[in-house]
Design a protein around this ligand. Structure first.
Ligand code: HEC
Length: 135
């Protein structure tokens, strides 16, 4: 029996179905340790207080303040630093009087953002050939 178009067709259809199932059966979050409820609530705190109008996450958002994608793990910054910034405000940023619960949720969100991406994805090295290469 020689290989006929219909065999290829059936094979491709079968692979398509198997692959689709394998994708849809994967959980949304691979990280099952993280407190996803707190993270989701923290995103709401972030949105309700309009942090994104002045700050970026993953490079997207307003440009009055700095990108906060990595603020949670940045040297000399982190949770206490964020607390101080919110309590006092800085430059054009007004103070935000969040409850302890809201603060915990907001920092859980910022921590998860930090773990999942970088502030500036555009980090390239210029090569002598005139090309660029990701760092
Ligand atoms: C009206 C615009 C505005 C809003 C809204 C705002 N910020 Fe800011 N934020 C700023 C500016 C401006 C700075 C200071 C930038 C500088 O130091 O030059 C800042 C600084 C910060 C810093 C210090 C960042 C660093 O790396 O030095 C943190 C943390 C921060 N904001 C968190 C927040 C959070 C969380 C919210 C929402 C609850 C928020 N901000 C809402 C304008 C804003």
């Amino acid at each position: 029996m020689s290989l006929q178009p219909k065999h290829i067709y059936v094979t491709l259809c079968t692979l398509f179905i198997v692959y689709s199932f394998s994708i849809y059966l994967q959980p949304y979050f691979k990280n099952t340790v993280a407190d996803t409820d707190a993270i989701a609530a923290g995103r709401i705190v972030w949105q309700k207080n309009n942090c994104q109008t002045c700050h970026q996450l993953y490079g997207l958002g307003g440009y009055l303040g700095p990108d906060l994608t990595d603020v949670y793990s940045a040297p000399g910054k982190g949770k206490d630093f964020i607390r101080a910034m919110l309590a006092t405000g800085i430059k054009q940023m007004p103070p935000f009087h969040l409850s302890e619960k809201e603060f915990a949720q907001l920092t859980a969100y910022l921590k998860s953002v930090d773990e999942s991406g970088n502030a500036d994805p555009r980090q390239f090295k210029k090569l002598n050939t005139g090309m660029i290469e990701e760092k």
